[in-house]
Ligand binder design. Structure first.
Ligand SMILES: [Zn+2]
Ligand SMILES: [Zn+2]
Length: 353
């Protein structure tokens, strides 16, 4: 007998030895590669269906949910390598699902394969967002209004829909919820869970439709020695839109684009553009909105004058061509009973000539 040689510390068997100087048989007897509990509980919001995963409420497919549940409760021995698993879910009833699990890999270099079962029990809960809505929690109100007029139904629908587009672009946040919304005289109010969301939406509205925002904070109580405030954001959409023909400082212009502080306006009868603030633009009057402008075909034209058929009376009309004219079509609008030819703006391209 070779006294210097190694042998299994548990049974005295000859090498090869694996874990803790034990033979293959003793290693497999004493090392448990995988431990899976019999049951595990998981939570689902009874109102909106989101699942609680690692302290967050998320929408995820059941297969991923079960994998997440398994990863939370599975105990794997340090000696395990190359672990593979298979999962099959067997629905028992509305609350209970049995997960059939197959594992394979190596423990201290010895291949193993095991089957386990885990009963996943679903409990109803209420997610943060639904809890806040149920408790009528909110932080901010966004008021959609227009300057000096009512917003019409189409405008309201467009402005309101932009909140959904914005939410789709932003990373999800449990505070980004709509508490409630309602029509008011001349506009619409949306009550939101987050001040940040209210401000982001207001900036988005100004970027797309111009106009001004005004913020008001009001103190509604105290918490931990700090004032609890609510934010009201008043958004005023201008009474005019990109492409409209307006009379401003005695001349006709088209609204070209929004600048943040106001608009860039384009002179109609000559190549001139100028930036104007909201305050500058307060006295303008809309002469023809984009929907009141028409593309017409020219019957004849020379270098400065063209002729087209009046789209209302079907009689020929002579008109001074716009300074940027090319081709045989022009855009016209009726201002004070006279047809006026309009210089081109990029908004005209999206209308379907
Ligand atoms: Zn042994
Ligand atoms: Zn919920």
């Amino acid at each position: 007998m070779d006294l210097g040689g190694e042998f299994c510390v548990a049974c005295g068997a000859e090498p090869p030895l694996f874990y803790d100087r034990m033979c293959k048989k003793c290693t497999l007897l004493r090392v448990t590669p995988i431990v899976v509990p019999e049951t595990v509980q998981h939570f689902q919001c009874a109102r909106c269906g989101l699942h609680e995963v690692g302290g967050r409420w998320v929408d995820l497919p059941l297969e991923e949910l079960y994998e997440d549940i398994l990863s939370r409760v599975l105990e794997v021995h340090d000696e395990v390598s190359g672990l593979d698993f298979g999962l099959a879910a067997e629905v028992i009833d509305d609350r209970n699902t049995r997960l059939h699990l197959q594992f394979s890999g190596e423990v201290s270099g010895i291949p193993f394969a095991e089957e386990h079962q885990l009963l996943a029990r679903r409990s109803n809960s209420v997610c943060i967002t639904c809890g806040r809505i149920a408790g009528n929690y909110y932080e901010a109100t966004v008021q959609l209004r227009s300057a000096g007029r009512k917003l019409n139904e189409d405008e309201l629908a467009t402005l309101r829909a932009s909140l959904n587009s914005l939410l789709a672009e932003m990373p999800p946040d449990p505070m980004f919820f709509i508490n409630s919304e309602n029509s008011v005289v001349g506009g619409y109010d949306v009550i939101l869970g987050s001040k940040g969301l209210a401000r982001s939406w207001a900036r988005y509205l100004v970027r797309n439709w111009g106009g001004q925002i005004k913020e008001t904070n009001s103190v509604v109580g105290m918490k931990d020695g700090m004032d609890v405030t609510r934010l009201t954001v008043l958004y005023r959409k201008p009474g005019y839109d990109i492409g409209d023909v307006v009379r401003w400082r005695k001349n006709l212009w088209r609204i070209g684009s929004w600048t943040g502080e106001g608009a860039m306006v384009m002179r109609i009868n000559r190549a001139e553009r100028t930036g104007a603030t909201w305050r500058d633009l307060e006295k303008l009057s809309v002469q023809a909105t984009l929907s009141e402008q028409f593309f017409v075909d020219l019957i004849t034209q020379d270098s400065s004058v063209g002729e087209f058929l009046d789209p209302e009376k079907w009689t020929p009309v002579s008109i001074s061509l716009p300074y940027d004219h090319s081709g045989n079509k022009i855009k016209v609008a009726k201002v004070d009973d006279e047809w006026v030819a309009l210089p081109h703006l990029s908004v005209d391209d999206t209308e379907g000539v």
